[in-house]
Design a protein. Sequence first.
Length: 93
Amino acid sequence: LKLNIGAETRRIEQKLTTLLRTFTFNRPVPSLTSARWDFIAMLFVECVVESDQTMKTLIVTSDTARDVCANAEVTNEELELLRRRLRGDDDVA
């Protein structure tokens, strides 16, 4: 099984940088809860499978994804904002 992830490394790095820019670093960063790390990991998985629409749809619409967001206390607005930022949408403030 070969995932060909090496070809995606630069794109993933760019998306990670975009995600990190959503954090504010003007004060010490509090530790993220395990639920928040689960949420961030889910966003990274969405980035990796972005080109596979079937897989992405399965992830985004799964009960597990909804549970991850609920456990992390992520609002729909926050979720969509982070997804748009990771896609590189220019209209995100």
